[in-house]
Design a protein around this ligand. Structure first.
Ligand SMILES: *Cc1c(COP(=O)(O)O)cnc(C)c1O
Length: 494
């Protein structure tokens, strides 16, 4: 085996540098700047609004001429880096966002250098992805025949779940004939608390959002199995074909876990697919202390989750695991002359990741995940996950100890929903006051919760996902809410 002939003349139009020394120096500088950034996060605001002058810098014309790398990097440092959303910052508690790690950053750099296209063909980068599939299979107690694939995020992973489930029900001829040729009217079920991407998946899959029945919640904001049974019975009575139950392991608004064992029993009894949206919550499996909270997930037919949330892998790194790998393959695999498989050579090692989802060309998301799991070890990641739940419980206790704060939902994992409620204000006033408090917190740059609605009330919502967030950070949140709330209430003479 040999490489290319030595001494071949370089292509003059190549984008490689003539002199690697300067590039190397600049590259090291860029890495150092990012290490400094990560090492000094606490000294920065979580978020700051970008000035118009900076925004305007991004409406320049397409550059026709080259610029110096160092100069463009300086623009990054002054015009991009300071104006992100701040999810790496320990004070960030909004939505559900991971904090990333320096190890993940380095692995992403290696992946970019390798520039592997992990759509298919015979290469070890695909073996890395398969290893992660095997690890996840073992973590969730799935059989050896289960399949998995990296996607952008849980939104796409949920879409894949809906597609595999619907094709499993309708048979593979639907792939050529289309849904319009179907006599069966498929319906799916999820709790009203399910993430919006589940309805969107029904839409994109051509089944329609009306075919997603939204099941009410119990007092702990979990899907009511009794109501699910009744909805399925009513649909069967009306001539619909129930095909899918989507349970949530960690709802996006309050972190509730649907009663997965009951959902699995119902799915089994009714002969329908059980898909679990475990975007962040599925990774509770990494913590022995938390895993019992998501018990029943091992009975799902498919699970969607993100490594980029609770496992702190840099964006993006979503994943879908399917119990029946053949069904998964049958949903997506397609023949194309230019993608012909061989038993030897570079076009070997089929099936390929492109056979398990809609993407052909795909980046090497598995590498940053593999590095993260290897370098930190699953136990440390599990401890960081358990710690964020402890921080959430600490916050809930602080909220409950303050007479003007009200806890709005039970804290089952890492999300705390509460509001500032001084005596004598009505519901409408409370909603706008709490929304204004959150805006003021963002603008102050100390900590950044988001908002949601719980039982019709606007809640300040703190989701502790970032491994850097500790109890002191949520103490700042309580302090900030009280200070800003008291000031606003005084100004408004509430
Ligand atoms: C974040 C989240 C999603 C969407 O995942 P993306 O990775 O943003 O696509 C879906 N469901 C739940 C419960 C989530 O928290």
């Amino acid at each position: 085996m040999t490489g290319n002939a030595v001494g071949a003349a370089p292509n003059p139009d190549s984008l490689d540098p003539a002199d690697w020394t300067a590039l190397r120096r600049q590259g090291h500088q860029m890495l150092d700047d990012m290490f400094d950034y990560l090492a000094t996060l606490r000294a920065r605001p979580v978020w700051q609004p970008a000035p118009d002058s900076v925004r305007r810098r991004f409406s320049q014309d397409l550059p026709r001429r080259p610029s110096d790398l160092g100069e463009i990097h300086q623009r990054f440092m002054t015009e991009i880096l300071p104006y992100g959303i701040g999810n790496v910052h320990p004070g960030f508690m909004g939505w559900v966002q991971g904090g990333g790690t320096a190890v993940g950053m380095l692995a992403e750099t290696l992946a970019a250098g390798l520039n592997a296209n992990v759509g298919g063909r015979s290469q070890i980068p695909i073996e890395v992805e398969r290893q992660i599939t095997r690890w996840m299979r073992d973590l969730f107690g799935f059989p050896a025949s289960a399949s998995g694939v990296f996607v952008t995020g849980t939104s796409t992973a949920n879409l894949i779940g809906v597609l595999v489930a619907s094709r499993a029900r309708l048979g593979l001829q639907v792939r050529s004939r289309g849904l319009a040729a179907q006599a069966q009217r498929l319906v799916a079920y999820a709790a009203v608390s399910a993430h919006g991407c589940v309805a969107q998946a029904m839409d994109i899959a051509g089944l329609g959002t009306d075919a997603l029945r939204l099941i009410p919640l119990d007092a702990d904001l979990r899907m009511q199995p009794q109501a699910l049974r009744a909805a399925i019975a009513a649909d069967r009575q009306a001539g619909y074909t129930p095909f899918l139950i989507v349970g949530s392991a960690g709802t996006v608004d309050v972190g509730a876990v649907d009663p997965l064992p009951e959902l699995a029993d119902i799915a089994q009894h009714e002969g329908v697919w059980l898909h679990v949206d475990g975007a962040f919550g599925a990774m509770a499996m990494l913590s022995p202390e938390l895993a019992p909270k998501v018990a029943g997930i091992e009975r799902a037919d498919s699970i969607a989750f993100d490594f980029h949330k609770w496992v702190q892998v840099p964006y993006d790194a979503g994943f879908v695991l399917v119990r029946d790998g053949q069904q998964h393959l049958d949903t997506f695999a397609a023949d194309a002359a230019y993608l012909k498989r061989e038993t030897r050579g570079m076009a070997g090692d089929s099936p390929w990741p492109c056979d398990f989802g809609p993407d052909l060309s795909r980046g090497f998301r598995a590498l940053k995940t593999w590095f993260t799991l290897q370098v930190y070890g699953a136990d440390a990641l599990g401890r960081a996950i358990a710690n964020s739940c402890r921080v959430a419980r600490h916050l809930a206790a602080r909220v409950q100890a303050e007479p003007v704060l009200e806890l709005l939902a039970p804290v089952s994992l890492n999300i705390v929903c509460f509001r500032y409620l001084p005596a004598g204000i009505d519901g409408q006033q409370a909603d706008s006051l709490n929304a204004a408090i959150v805006v003021a917190l963002h603008e102050a740059g100390v900590c950044a919760p988001s908002t949601t609605t719980v039982n019709g009330r606007l809640a300040i919502r703190a989701a502790i996902v970032n491994h850097r967030t500790g109890t002191a950070d949520v103490d700042h949140l309580v302090q900030g809410v009280l200070q800003i709330g008291n000031r606003m209430a005084l100004e408004a003479c509430l």
